[in-house]
Design a protein around this ligand. Structure first.
Ligand SMILES: Cc1cc2nc3c(=O)[nH]c(=O)nc-3n(C[C@H](O)[C@H](O)[C@H](O)COP(=O)(O)OP(=O)(O)OC[C@H]3O[C@@H](n4cnc5c(N)ncnc54)[C@H](O)[C@@H]3O)c2cc1C
Ligand code: FES
Length: 351
């Protein structure tokens, strides 16, 4: 197997990259952090300039990397593989207080699996060694049939093993319908790698916090909450909106009610899109518009389907919150990719 040298400018770091490895993977495994979100050639976050050398663009989405951008020497380094030694230019800066954790491979054993809501599986996985990550980051599960899928870590980074994942079933989906909801049972072995992603709690931001989760978008948000409870929340007030379709889709409700009683800094606001119950009914973006005519002065973390994230971002920006105050994670999948829903070139990009 041929190995090439990738030089990352302007920091000048040199990384070895196999011909079958993505440039991003090689960098993250050697502790050279570069911005990325999906790691599947879909969102465009990892776009970098190739200053010298030949690259294979791999499975880059034509929506995320336009032909004109390829011609200008741009590449999505999460799917691009080297065909010679390379020099690339990327933004290697890391936000204040955020730790860079090297990506590694892990062997896991499924300890327990639960179905806390309609079409949602909660998986507790013991790993062969501790996984260091920032609250909000994700891992890539290796499918038995090949390929990987990203899932956000729901556990507190300091709690060690097991790690916790929340997975929603996608009808006809290779990972969920074809494996996780069909075959996976306690004792199963699971190969994964991580941690990935730039969606993580920013300890240096001391403003009051809005946590906005749609469906299993709750997973990284739960990790942030348990981290704040364990590490101290620095006097921040935290408001969590969890939006789901109906009562059957609401999960972690009892746990969050208990958490709210034990931690007075949290206000928990579950919301159903439809159906009558003792709580609120309505979409999270609409409830935000009612509750926060002005949200300036907050910092927000938004996670869920691309539609949920986009609509929630719009509501926050109408309430005068700037993109620099909003961190987002879009749980897009193959259908979103086919529909080009991931395109985030506007101020709605967030960070
Ligand atoms: C950073 C990140 C973190 C994530 N974290 C989580 C998480 O914590 N929890 C969670 O539940 N999900 C999460 N996701 C989503 C998750 O990774 C998978 O995308 C999801 O589970 C679907 O995987 P799948 O293999 O079952 O479906 P896929 O095979 O990817 O298919 C998804 C859907 O698209 C349809 N489809 C497939 N191909 C096409 C096509 N060409 N055209 C149209 N439709 C098509 C399928 O029928 C299916 O309904 C995350 C995604 C990202 C990017
Ligand atoms: S991180 Fe490379 S396209 Fe999303």
């Amino acid at each position: 197997m041929t190995t090439y040298t990738v030089t990352v400018e302007p920091i000048g770091s040199e990384v070895s990259c196999r011909e079958d490895q993505s440039v991003l993977d090689a960098c993250l495994r050697e502790g050279v952090w570069l911005p990325h979100a999906c790691a599947h050639g879909t969102c465009g976050t990892c776009k970098a300039q190739v200053l010298d050398g030949d690259i294979d663009h791999g499975d880059a989405s034509p929506y995320a990397l336009l032909d004109s951008e390829r011609d200008e020497g741009r590449a999505l380094i999460c799917v691009a593989r080297p065909r010679s030694d390379l020099v690339i230019e990327g933004e290697a800066d890391v936000d204040e207080g955020v730790t860079v954790h090297q990506v590694r491979d892990y062997a896991g054993t499924l300890r327990r699996v639960e179905e806390p809501a309609d079409s949602v599986r909660k998986m507790l996985i013991d790993l062969d060694r501790p996984l260091a990550f920032n609250p909000g980051q994700y891992v890539q599960l290796r499918l038995p049939t090949g390929g990987t899928r990203p899932y956000s870590l729901a556990s507190d980074p300091a709690a060690g093993r097991p790690i916790e994942l929340h997975v929603k079933r996608s009808p006809g989906g290779a990972a969920t319908d074809g494996w996780i909801f069909r075959d996976l049972a306690p004792g199963a072995t699971i190969a994964l790698s991580g941690p990935y992603g730039r969606f993580s709690f920013r300890p240096a931001r001391t403003e009051p916090v809005l946590l906005l989760a749609g469906g299993t978008g709750l997973a990284p948000i739960k990790s942030m909450l348990t981290h704040l409870a364990a590490a101290g929340n620095g006097g921040r007030q935290v408001v969590l909106y969890h939006g789901v379709a109906d009562r059957d889709a609401l999960y972690e409700h009892d746990w969050l009610q208990r958490f709210e009683r034990e931690h007075p800094w949290l206000a928990y606001r579950p919301a159903l899109s439809r159906g009558r119950w003792q709580g609120r009914t309505g979409r999270v973006p609409d409830l935000l518009a009612t509750d926060y005519p002005r949200a300036a002065g907050h910092v927000a973390y938004v996670c869920g389907s691309p539609d949920f994230v986009t609509e929630t971002m719009k509501a926050l920006m109408r309430a005068r919150l700037f993109p620099r105050d909003i961190y987002r994670e879009d749980f897009f999948d193959a259908a979103d990719r086919a529909a080009g829903k991931h395109i985030v070139r506007s101020p709605l990009l967030g960070r």
